[in-house]
Every structure is written in structure tokens, then in C-alpha cells.
Design a protein around this ligand. Structure first.
Ligand code: ARG
Length: 636
């Protein structure tokens, strides 16, 4: 980092910025070019306004649209008393000195608008993008324990996401959790955090006793090896059918006044209970069978996750919660008077611990059933403690559907009420809405693979419509797969997380509108231009950037300069759409530039400068796509 700071000050000197940049918290000019402007403007404005720079720096805002300038200052934010904002603005404008980096500001209402001198911006920005490459947009300071002292290490965050249930369908909620969680993990990793990706599987409970019985009856080793996920699901469905038939039978017998005790004592339900009891008691055979199902499922999940560029550091799950830990937590709840016995079960009645509506709204969850069985919530309470002990994390995010809002509120509140206040303050639920009508072309979906196969088929059909292009793609099926995945992911990330959205295969695979294929096309087009121009990387670094003076070039430079700020802002919103909206905005500016900033037929020096700009744009697009979890394609 020291070397890049030195290089930067040399560069600034060459641009006649002689005063050293003042340091501010969260100001990192060596990774964010716009921070140079922030610092520079703050120094000027402190002079001009007499206000302390610590007030000015955080008041400078970035803009959503280029017409509004590259940065604005809301005059009232400086809290200067005695004059009206527009008077102050006039006064400051008249005092504003010549700057090598920014034009004289313009006044818009109570705002001062600043436009960067784009020739200088280009010289600071483009070489930095070209040299930082895949790192551009990352800013490692956010995750440092002490931003002033990197030797103190990184903060650690756990992102728990995906968390499907073994032998049960991987539904839309799991899909969204996977997409959003993968993205958040990338976001924090780029911000310098030590990220631990945890998958909390549904893999424990009586139903896995039942599954083992089902395997004895319906299972096949061959089918299991071939496709464990589907096979286990088939078994699960079949054995559950038997189980409900058994229930009906018991009911009928009892209604007829006959003896149902044999079925009750020896039937599937009781056998499943016993089998699960054996698992809990660590019966070797029972555990081995269950472990096999679990491992085979994880192996297959991993393959699917890999298609989405996702990996996990820890496959945890309900089964991994230790009995001892649950006993410990149960005791804690009892001792603190948080839990109580109600009709033989252990419950938490929140209304007794939190006054008013807030307490009532948390309801009365059961912690332990009459028969002693621990529940979903019980396991989560103990799992939080286990994670704290294992990872000593600074923050933890649960990416779970908003249907479980209440569950997570109850969980966090219990942790707080029993006295783990610091722990409760470190955990966060990131929720999301539903996908409506998610189905494959053959009918309802069961597994992620089914959806991915379907969208890939659809993209393959679309690609084949342009035969001449299709023939140039080296591995069309692999590209179709990537495009299909991009379609699904971009549709998912288009709105705010909390919104529901309809699963629309036709819309998501279209090249029209803001879709995954559109974004991929924008990237592939830049790659194709680069291939044809074949300008050596070295020449790009030495390009004469002052030739980039057309309005289209200027806008493109300005919009790509915003990328690091957009990423910083995303750390606040934690919304994939913050990145996505920016990438579409940038791609639109890009696509309107091609006719004005031609490569072929341009003179060599101009061609090199434009190629440097296009390559910088490609890096930004590619980095943004990869941050979202997409794999940018080079041809399609
Ligand atoms: N397996 C659960 C489900 O499918 C999701 C788990 C969410 N995470 C948690 N810690 N409870 O609904």
C-alpha cells in the first residue's frame, strides 16, 4: 500500500496538485480515485467557508445522475448560521479558487454542484483500474479491526445462507438465500473482512429416522449413488405417504371403536421415533446410515453451488448442535426466568419479559416439547453459542426468508434476555420476499438443478437462433448454462430484497431490457472489441488519455469512476440491486458510446486511448458481475 501511495503523490504532482491530500476517516485515495476529489475539495472548501474540514468531508455527497455533477455539497449541511443557503452558496462560489482537478462549482438550489475535470480524472482513474484489475472496487479498510493499523488483523463475519433441508425440495426460499448470501459474502470479502460461509442444513429430527426406514423399504444403492438428492426425496415422499395412510388407518380403527394400539406401538411413526432416538443416543449403525445420506447430499449440493460460484467453509446443520449445549442453554433460560413450564412443555412467554405490544408480538414459542424433543428454535439458540465459541466473530448475518422474521426475532431476543447482550448486538437477519410461481416447463420445481437445467435449455435455444455467432462459441452448452444462471440471478437481484417477484422465464432470458443476458452481452461485446483491436496491455497503460475528450468518453469515464463508491454504498444497503442498477446504468452509457468512440478505422494513438477506456469499463463491469456472483462470458 505504501508504494501505491507514493506513486499516487507523484502522479498528483504531475497534475499540479501540489498540496498533500489531507487524511480523513474512510478516505482511501489509493483505492478510490473519487476520494482524491473528496479530500481535495474538502481542503478548498475549508478555506473558502471557514468551516472545519471534519464537517465538510462527510457532507460531500455523490450523485445518482451525471447531469447533477460528480459530487454535491448541500449547503445547509455545513450549519453556517446567519445567512441563507443561497447567499452562502453565492459567496463561496465567488471565493472558489482555480483547481487543477475540479471546475468552478455551479449552484443548484441549496446545493453546490461540482464537476470533475475529466482529463485529469482519466489520468488518475484509468491507469489505476488497469493495474488493479480484479481488485478494482475492493477496499480492504472496512474489514480491518483498526483502520489505522492493518497488523491488528481483519474483522470476522459469518454469513449463514442457503441452508436447505436434506431429502426435501430446494425451494425458492433456498434459492434466494443462496444468491443473496453468496453476494453478501463476496461483498464483505472485498471490503477486507474475514468471511466464514456457513450452510446450516436441515438434517436432524424424527423425519430422518423415517427416511432411514424408507430407505430400507424403497432404497436402492445404485440410485443413491447416481442421484442422491432426487433419490432421497423420492423415498421421503413414498414413506410419508405410507405414514399418512397409517394415520388414516388408526383414525378409522378408533372411530370404529376397534383396537389401534398395535399400529400405534409398532407402526411407522413409532419406528421412526425409535430410529431417531437411536441416532440421538449415538447408535453407530443408525448414525452411519444418516451420515452417508448427509455426505452424499452435500457432495451433490457442492456441485450445484460450484455452478453458482459459491462455496461454504462450514456445512453445519441442526444435527451439529450438541445435546450438552442445549441442556446448558435450557438451564440458562430457566435460571434467568425466561422460560417456564406450560402444560408440560417448556415455553418462553415474551409478554412477561417485554412490556406492551413488543412482547406480545413475539408470541409464546415452545422450547422443549412435552416429550422432551428440542425444536428448531432451541437448536438455533445453542448453535449461536457454538458459533461464537468456534469463530469469535465480529458480526453474523442470517440470510433467511421473511417468513421466518418472527423466528429470528425470537432467537435474537432470547439471546439478549438471558444476558448475552454483546452477542445479540452482533447478529443480523437479512430477509427477503418470495418468488411467485417458480416452476419448470415440466411443472413444479423440486430442486435447484431442475431450474438451472431449464433456463440453460432456454438460453441454448435462444443462442441457436443466430447460427453464425453460435458456431464461433467454443462450448455452447457451457455458455448456455452460464447465461441461464445469469438470467435467474439477475432477475432475483433486480428489485429490493424484500419484494416478492414473479418467476418469469421469458422475461429473464430476454436480451431486451435489464436482464442477465443483456449484461453478459455487454461484457462479451467489450471482449470482442479487445480481441479485434489486439492492443498490447503495455500500450494501454501508456495511452494518451487526453484524447478522450468527446462527451461520450467523458461520461463513460465519470460513470466508471463511481464504482468504488457504489460498492461502499452497497455495504450500507446490503442490496444486490445497488450494484446491479449501477451496472445497467453503466452498460447503457457504454452501448450508446460505440458509435461515437470507434476503434476500427481510428488512428493508432486514438484507438489505443479508446481501448484503454473500454478495457477499464470491461474491468468494472466484470468486477461488478463477479461481485454479484455471475461469471462474465467472453463470447456468446
Ligand atoms: N433449513 C431452514 C429452512 O429450510 C432454514 C434455516 C435458516 N437458518 C437458521 N439458522 N434457522 O427453512
Amino acid at each position: 500500500m505504501a508504494a501505491s501511495t507514493e506513486m499516487l503523490s507523484e502522479k498528483l504532482k504531475s497534475l499540479s496538485v501540489t498540496a498533500p491530500l489531507t487524511k480523513f476517516p474512510n478516505c482511501h485515495p489509493e483505492v478510490n480515485t473519487v476520494d482524491i476529489y473528496r479530500s481535495h475539495l474538502t481542503t478548498i472548501l475549508a478555506d473558502v467557508t471557514g468551516v472545519d474540514s471534519s464537517v465538510i468531508y462527510p457532507a460531500l455527497q455523490w450523485t445518482q445522475t451525471l447531469e447533477k455533477g460528480d459530487m454535491v455539497l448541500p449547503v445547509p449541511a455545513l450549519r453556517v448560521k446567519g445567512k441563507k443557503p443561497n447567499e452562502l452558496a453565492e459567496e463561496w462560489l465567488s471565493k472558489f479558487p482555480e483547481s487543477p482537478l475540479v471546475h468552478k462549482p455551479t449552484i443548484n438550489g441549496t446545493f453546490l454542484q461540482f464537476f470533475f475535470k475529466v482529463d485529469k480524472l482519466a489520468q488518475l482513474l484509468i491507469p489505476s483500474i488497469l493495474t488493479r484489475g480484479k481488485e478494482f472496487g475492493n477496499n480492504p479498510y472496512n474489514g480491518l479491526k483498526d483502520p489505522e493499523d492493518p497488523s491488528k488483523g481483519k474483522k470476522r463475519i459469518i454469513v449463514e445462507f442457503s441452508s436447505p433441508n436434506i431429502a426435501k425440495p430446494f425451494h425458492a426460499g433456498h434459492l434466494r438465500s443462496t444468491i443473496i448470501g453468496g453476494f453478501l459474502s463476496n461483498l464483505y470479502a472485498g471490503a477486507g473482512w474475514d468471511v466464514v460461509r456457513v450452510n446450516y442444513l436441515g438434517d436432524w429430527g424424527k423425519q430422518y429416522g423415517l427416511l432411514a426406514l424408507g430407505f430400507e423399504k424403497y432404497g436402492s444403492e445404485e440410485a443413491l449413488a447416481l442421484d442422491p438428492i432426487n433419490h432421497l426425496y423420492e423415498i421421503y415422499v413414498a414413506i410419508n405417504k405410507d405414514m399418512s395412510a397409517e394415520k388414516d388407518q388408526i383414525k378409522a380403527l378408533e372411530e370404529a371403536g376397534q383396537d389401534a394400539s398395535e399400529l400405534k406401538n409398532e407402526g411407522l411413526d413409532e419406528q421412526a421415533r425409535r430410529y431417531f432416538k437411536a441416532m440421538v443416543d449415538k447408535d453407530e449403525k443408525a448414525l452411519a446410515q444418516w451420515a452417508r445420506f448427509r455426505e452424499m447430499s452435500i457432495k451433490r449440493y457442492k456441485e450445484t453451488y460450484a455452478r453458482l460460484n459459491i462455496h461454504f467453509d462450514d456445512y453445519s446443520g441442526e444435527s451439529q448442535v450438541k445435546e450438552e449445549k442445549m441442556e446448558f442453554m435450557a438451564k440458562k433460560m430457566e435460571e434467568t426466568g425466561i422460560s417456564e413450564i406450560s402444560e408440560g412443555a417448556v415455553i418462553v412467554d415474551f409478554s412477561k419479559h417485554i412490556p406492551g405490544k413488543a412482547g406480545k408480538s413475539l408470541e409464546r414459542p415452545i422450547i422443549k416439547k412435552k416429550d422432551g424433543t428440542a425444536l428448531y428454535l432451541t437448536r438455533d439458540i445453542s448453535e449461536i453459542m457454538q458459533r461464537e465459541e468456534k469463530y469469535h466473530f465480529d458480526h453474523m448475518i442470517y440470510v433467511v426468508a421473511s417468513q421466518q422474521d418472527l423466528h429470528l426475532k425470537q432467537l435474537f431476543k432470547i439471546v439478549e434476555l438471558i444476558g448475552y447482550k454483546e452477542l445479540a448486538a452482533k447478529v443480523q437477519h437479512i430477509n427477503f420476499g418470495m418468488v411467485l410461481g417458480m416452476s419448470t416447463r415440466k411443472g413444479t420445481v423440486k430442486f435447484l438443478d431442475d431450474i438451472l437445467r431449464d433456463v440453460a435449455d432456454k438460453m441454448h435455444e435462444v443462442m441457436q437462433k443466430n447460427q453464425s455467432k453460435y458456431e464461433q462459441v467454443e462450448n455452447p452448452l457451457a455458455v448456455a448454462d452460464v447465461l441461464g444462471i445469469s438470467s435467474v440471478m439477475v432477475q432475483d437481484m433486480s428489485g429490493k430484497r424484500i419484494n416478492n417477484y414473479p418467476f418469469d422465464m421469458d422475461a429473464m432470458t430476454s436480451f431486451e431490457g435489464d436482464t442477465g443476458p443483456y449484461l453478459q452481452y455487454a461484457h462479451a461485446r467489450l471482449c470482442s472489441i479487445a480481441r479485434k483491436a489486439a492492443v498490447p496491455a503495455e500500450d494501454l497503460l501508456n495511452a494518451n488519455l487526453s484524447l478522450l475528450s468527446e462527451p461520450h468518453a467523458e461520461n463513460l469515464i465519470r460513470v466508471i469512476s463511481q464504482y468504488p463508491d457504489v460498492v461502499q454504498n452497497t455495504l450500507k444497503t446490503l442490496e444486490p440491486t445497488t450494484i446491479l442498477t449501477y451496472l445497467f446504468k453503466m452498460s447503457h452509457i457504454l452501448s450508446s458510446s460505440y458509435d461515437h468512440l470507434r476503434i476500427m478505422g481510428s488512428e493508432k494513438e486514438l484507438m489505443t486511448a479508446r481501448m484503454a477506456l473500454y478495457e477499464a469499463a470491461r474491468i468494472v463491469l466484470s468486477n461488478g458481475m463477479r461481485l454479484l456472483g455471475l461469471s462474465p462470458v467472453e463470447r456468446m
